[in-house]
Structures are given as structure tokens and as C-alpha cells.
Design a binder for this molecule. Structure first.
Ligand SMILES: C[S@@+](CC[C@H](N)C(=O)[O-])C[C@H]1O[C@@H](n2cnc3c(N)ncnc32)[C@H](O)[C@@H]1O
Length: 345
């Protein structure tokens, strides 16, 4: 039995993938999860059975008792370790997609987030205290290069010092069966004493090529169609024309963003026309993605959307949640790859 902790759970992209991949292969149980955003909690709780699972909204309540926030010098303190061990359940596999934060700017800026410290150190504190056999962490590509690569180096060396074999892959969602360009780093590790076969090669790229044609809905509410007024702003500039194929109707969508609900210019977001969707000759309308399509671009099953809607999660929240989540297909590919290398026995 592999017990999992879903940290920074969002809407459970890691968990959906794990429940699918491990099914009929390896027994798993979600020992606990943590997510601070109440709308993410609603989507997550609607879609997963959480009876008796440990839950904490703000992980800092556990890792940073009395506002003693985690940083590079205290994450492995004995006090923290004792408190975390007493309060979190034990588990074997940690999932965590965490915000990209530069360590060198910590403390210099007075922002709330900075005062609370980088969330990576909360991960480090948990690994130090619970010592799960495995972890998979996700982050944006930029984490590799900020602060002249110092932040990334620090992360890897802390993980290694915690006695893990550690490596990372930069993977693009479009290579794993969803039509979205989305480059993310996945840092993975296994406790040295496990002696697991440690793969360096990335998960095999999917042979199946999918395009956005396969995820776009044919008939949608007119509210998704852009008004003439907004069209002008959205399609302005770019390659010059009012309607430019290089800007909209992309077969492989641009990276979804958390803020896609706010509508950006066409060179940042994804817009589609009747020409592309319905194979029509004449341009009649251009529309934005629906929340269902956004979730599909992250590999979520349609039932996830239906259940969230039934539980009153708004379109706005669903766009943000989809833009923030990990691509389910990529996690599936990683887990399958690791199982093939003898992990999780
Ligand atoms: C990059 S997202 C991870 C998304 C997730 N992997 C998914 O598939 O949806 C990071 C998540 O961490 C949550 N978060 C941020 N600070 C937190 C904290 N202190 N405690 C718990 N969750 C937190 C955010 O609300 C956000 O949903």
C-alpha cells in the first residue's frame, strides 16, 4: 500500500493521475491533502472521496507554528520536526506543485508572501520530518534559471542532503497527449536506502498526436463569443491583421494561465473561430475557451467539470483552477515510467 500526501493539492491533478495509474496495479490511499483556496477545496471535495483523510487548509499551520516560517536555516529544526510528525499522518509519496519563488529576494521585499517564506522550505520541512520514500514536485520552467540558477541549485542540494536520490525533467504537456504547450519541471526523488532503479531518461513521448480540434465543443453558449468591441482589443497588433491564423485557431494551444478569465490579447491566450471549429469558409465569430475545454487541455475528464458545476463552482473559478493545475496526462506518464523502473513496490 502506498500512502500519498497531496500537498498544494489545487484541484487534484496529481491525485486523478495516481488513482488512474495505480488502479489494479498498486494499492494506494490518499493519507492527506492540503489546499488553502476554498474554491479549489470545493472542486476537490466534490470530485474525490475524502472520508477520514487528513486535511489542512494552510500547510503553514503545521510547518510554521507560531508564525515561525520555514526558511533555509530552520526547516530541519528539531522543534519543527516534532510538531510536523505529531500532526501530519505518515505517508510514502509526496506530490506538490509549488509556486515559483526566488530565494534571494526573500526578506528583501516586504510582501506578505515573502514574509511567510518560500513554500519550498515547507516541503523541505515535511520531507525532513516524515521521510516519505518518494516525492514528485512540479514547478514552472523559470525556476531553473532565476537568481542565476542559485534557487534551483539550493533546492536540489537540500533534497539531496535529506538523503534522496534526486533528478528532474523538463516536460511539455503537448508531448503527452494533450494539445497544449506547457513546459514544466518535475523534480523527483527516492530515499537513498530504497535502492530503487533511478531513471534519468524522461517518460516516453506519446505517439498519439492530438490537436485542439479534439477538445473544442461544437455548440457553446453565446456568452463565450467575443463581442465586436472586445475583439478589436484582443486581436490588436499581433501580426498586424484583424484576423490572423498565427494568433488564433492554434492546433496546439498556448499555455493556459491562471488569469485567462480576464481575457488577454490573442498572442497570450487561446481563441477559436467558427472557421476552425466548424470548418466553415467565412469568419462569423471568434470565441474564448469554455471552462470544460480548459480542463480538457489539462487532461481532466469531463465528469470532473460536471461534478464541479453541480457543486456550484463558478466558471471564473474553474478557469483559474484549470490554469493553475498540473496536466494530468504528464503525471500519468511520469508515474507509469517510475512504475516501469520498479518504484512503489
Ligand atoms: C500550482 S498550484 C498546484 C495545483 C495542483 N497541482 C493541481 O493539480 O491543481 C499551487 C496550489 O497551492 C495552494 N497553496 C498556496 N499556499 C498554500 C498554503 N500555504 N497551504 C496550502 N495550499 C497552498 C494554492 O492555492 C494553489 O492551489
Amino acid at each position: 500500500m502506498i500512502k500519498i500526501f497531496d500537498l498544494f493539492a489545487g484541484i487534484g491533478g496529481f491525485r486523478i493521475a495516481a488513482e488512474k495509474v495505480f488502479k489494479n496495479k498498486i494499492n494506494i490511499k490518499t493519507a492527506g491533502w492540503s489546499e488553502i483556496d476554498k474554491y479549489c477545496q470545493l472542486s476537490y471535495n466534490s470530485n474525490f472521496i475524502n472520508n477520514g483523510n487528513y486535511f489542512i487548509d494552510d500547510i503553514k499551520k503545521i510547518t510554521s507554528k507560531n508564525n515561525n516560517f520555514c526558511n533555509s536555516t530552520n526547516y530541519n529544526s528539531i522543534k519543527k520536526k516534532e510538531f510536523i510528525k505529531d500532526n501530519l499522518p505518515s505517508f510514502d509519496l509526496l506530490f506538490a506543485g509549488f509556486p515559483c519563488q526566488s530565494f534571494s529576494s526573500m526578506g528583501k521585499q516586504k510582501g506578505f508572501e515573502d514574509e511567510r517564506g518560500a513554500l519550498f522550505f515547507d516541503i523541505a520541512a515535511i520531507l525532513h520530518s516524515i521521510k516519505p520514500k518518494y516525492f514528485i514536485l512540479e514547478n514552472v520552467k523559470r525556476l531553473l534559471t532565476i537568481d542565476d540558477k542559485k534557487t534551483f541549485r539550493t533546492i536540489i542540494s537540500i533534497l539531496q542532503n535529506e538523503n534522496y536520490d534526486v533528478s528532474w525533467w523538463l516536460l511539455d504537456s503537448k508531448d503527452y497527449g494533450v494539445p497544449q504547450t506547457r513546459r514544466r519541471i518535475f523534480i523527483y526523488g527516492s530515499l537513498k536506502k530504497n535502492k530503487s532503479n533511478f531513471p534519468i531518461d524522461p517518460p516516453k513521448i506519446s505517439k498519439k498526436v492530438t490537436t485542439t480540434k479534439s477538445i473544442l465543443e461544437k455548440n457553446v453558449d453565446t456568452k463565450y463569443i467575443l463581442s465586436k468591441k472586445i475583439l478589436k482589443t484582443i486581436l490588436k497588433d499581433g501580426s498586424g491583421g484583424y484576423y490572423s491564423k498565427s494568433e488564433i485557431d492554434l492546433e496546439i494551444a498556448r499555455p493556459l494561465t491562471r488569469t485567462m478569465v480576464k481575457m488577454h490579447r490573442a498572442h497570450q491566450d487561446n481563441y477559436y473561430s467558427n472557421k476552425f471549429i466548424n470548418n466553415e469558409k467565412k469568419l462569423k465569430w471568434i470565441r474564448k475557451l469554455t471552462p470544460l475545454e480548459a480542463l480538457r487541455l489539462q487532461g481532466f475528464p469531463d465528469k470532473f467539470y460536471k461534478i464541479a458545476k453541480r457543486n456550484n463552482v463558478s466558471d471564473t473559478q474553474l478557469y483559474m483552477q484549470a490554469g493553475n493545475s498540473v496536466t494530468v496526462n504528464v503525471v500519468e506518464a511520469i508515474l507509469n515510467h517510475l512504475i516501469d523502473h520498479g518504484w512503489f513496490k
